[in-house]
Design a protein around this ligand. Structure first.
Ligand SMILES: [Zn+2]
Length: 292
């Protein structure tokens, strides 16, 4: 698990812990066994730290879901719920001993990595001189996306995205849809702002992707990504939002590139997989992006 340096995360030790369990750990973490009276405060703190950017409604849904998950663990399921605080960065561990059996959990205490992200939305001048959007999205959507990215990347990797800015970018005439790689690189990508770490373009339909990952592309020489308005990922099941997966995927390319890694992996149900993806980051992916 990943615990932010000077922050907290939750872990559930599952198993038939009917009797007493003893926990030990080194000095890089502190560990608090969650009791029923703590649940409301912990859920509230967790959501304030990671989920507020999604908007009040979504944050409240996240708080309720977390609250009931914690409550269910304490009541219905055998096991122990621990609140782990990161005291100093590096690899740490927690050992749980029950009935002579010991389980070890590796814990990465990581510093926060901050990423400034910009969004650019394509529009063009029609024959009457009026500006017409090419994408169904607009700069108003960017803050919510950044909130969703923080809900994905904060608890799992201690990576925090900041919205640098979100603006329209113009073309002088209507482009052919879907947007080709050639048109994107010639007329659009150069309109990225100076300053942020990475810029994501919304252009309508994206036609420049490689097969298998056609709904978005990250250009590592430019630190620029493109995401299709309505990514098609028939292999990804509901309720995972395919746009969120695609946006998180392209930014994972950016984060891994910063550490010298390229391409995809083949671990199923993990973000950036060449097979079926989800919003889950596994240990290897976290180590590729924000090692302790
Ligand atoms: Zn990819």
């Amino acid at each position: 698990m990943v615990v932010p340096h000077k922050g907290e995360n939750l872990v559930w030790f599952a198993g038939a812990y009917s009797g007493s369990v003893s926990f030990s750990h080194d000095s890089k973490v502190s560990v608090h066994q969650v009791k029923e009276k703590d649940v409301s405060k912990i859920a509230g703190d967790y959501v304030r730290r990671h989920a507020m950017g999604m908007g009040l409604g979504a944050a409240e849904d996240a708080r309720k879901a977390l609250w009931s998950a914690m409550f269910a663990i304490l009541h219905g399921n055998p096991g122990k719920l621990l609140l782990v605080s990161g005291k100093s960065p590096g690899w740490s561990w927690i050992k749980a001993t029950h009935g002579g059996k010991t389980t070890v959990l590796n814990v990465a205490v990581t510093k926060t990595q901050s990423v400034d992200v910009s969004f650019r939305f394509l529009r063009h001048k029609d024959t009457g001189g009026k500006m017409v959007p090419d994408t169904i999205w607009s700069p108003d959507d960017a803050a919510r996306w950044v909130g969703e990215l923080n809900w994905i990347y904060g608890p799992q990797a201690n990576i925090s995205f900041d919205l640098w800015d979100a603006e329209w970018v113009p073309l002088n005439q209507a482009p052919n849809q879907p947007i080709s790689r050639q048109v994107f690189l010639k007329d659009i990508a150069g309109q990225k702002p100076a300053g942020p770490d990475v810029t994501v373009f919304l252009v309508g339909q994206w036609g420049g992707g490689a097969s298998g990952h056609s709904s978005g592309t990250f250009f590592d020489d430019e630190d620029v990504a493109v995401v299709d308005d309505r990514p098609s990922h028939p292999e990804i099941t509901d309720p995972i939002d395919k746009f969120q997966v695609t946006l998180a995927h392209e930014l994972a390319h950016y984060l891994r590139k910063e550490r010298g890694f390229a391409g995809h992996h083949d671990r199923p149900n993990v973000l950036l997989s060449s097979g079926i993806q989800s919003l889950r980051l596994d240990k290897q992916l976290v180590m590729d992006m924000n090692p302790p």
